[in-house]
Design a protein around this ligand. Sequence first.
Ligand SMILES: Nc1ncnc2c1ncn2[C@@H]1O[C@H](COP(=O)(O)OP(=O)(O)O)[C@@H](O)[C@H]1O
Ligand SMILES: [Mg+2]
Length: 373
Amino acid sequence: MSDQVILQAIDVVKHFGGGDGWLTRAPVVQAVDGLSFDVMRGETFAIVGESGCGKSTLARLLMRLLSQTSGDVLFEGRQISSVEGEELRKLRRDMQFIFQDPFSSLNPRMTVGKLVGEPLEVHAPELSARERRSKVATLLRQVGLRQEHADRYPHEFSGGQRQRVGIARALASGPKLIIGDEPVSALDVSVQAQVINLLGDISRELGLTLVIIAHDLGVIRHMSDRVAVMYLGRIVEIGSTEDVFTDPKHPYTQALLAAIPSMDGKRTDHSATVKGEMPSPSDPPSGCRFHTRCPYAQDRCRSETPHLSPGARRSHQVACHFSETLERPASLVAPKPRSETVEARFALYRAATEGGTVKHLKNPNQHQQTERT
Ligand SMILES: Nc1ncnc2c1ncn2[C@@H]1O[C@H](COP(=O)(O)OP(=O)(O)O)[C@@H](O)[C@H]1O
Ligand SMILES: [Mg+2]
């Protein structure tokens, strides 16, 4: 494995339930069903899919907060399921988590200073109390808060500020990789972009790898280098954000893209949005799991499981029998013009990935000063 790969999922499966005896057997929930992907050091990797498709389960598997039914997760080449003792402590320092809900993930009885200082006590016990306070102040500044915020309690802050505290807490141990499970979906829309920009800026400044989970593509469009689209526990399409956004090949990705509100806030194309409910992961459709909602489904899709197209692991891949022959929905034939920022990011990404290496990307949109509510 190249040392450019920091995190690797190899055919990871997580099934919940099932009971012990055949009489008590509950239906098995196939939450994650055979996911493989590489996350490159220094990149922002996004995982997108509808609610219930297995994103949080995957995030917990990647962090070793859950153990997988089968398959492997490798962090820096080591199987995380087998690390113990000191190695496990290092893993906990190197991989941090940002939770979806900044309201319930912060202990309301702890001051912000204590919340951010707590991981330092664990991971940097050599610091004196004074050094720790000074480090907390630095971390607060890094996330756009002020030193005096250290004496306040979580309830004194807005949602966006609380999520900044959550980010400062995640940064405190000096991690190499941060996984954010829908880190902005509990926030007001106006605050979401600020927190996303902050995360992007910090990760670039510090050379962090980010894995961002989102339920809509709009959130990650401007910040991620690559994206994996999940449907019912499987990846249906994976590629650079540029490829996936300008040339979506899976009907599900196409529908998700068509559903992103345009700049004026209106949905762009109602006809292309995914219809109906997502089937239950305890009784997933045969063959292609998307066939029950796919406007192009044919007999083969009901019987034969499509796999990601062969090719280099980091190329644009799609799991659809007919992706090469599909007509694109009208709204996607002419890709919408991208903003200058996104163009700049794609240009940087192309330059940085030449030769297969993701170099440290510079931020094309300078740190925009952020909310103070
Ligand atoms: N501990 C669990 N026991 C049983 N089923 C679970 C458990 N956790 C998640 N699930 C089920 O697994 C599926 C995927 O859930 P989740 O990973 O939370 O999806 P997402 O984060 O994409 O909304 C859902 O059907 C959910 O009900
Ligand atoms: Mg979730």
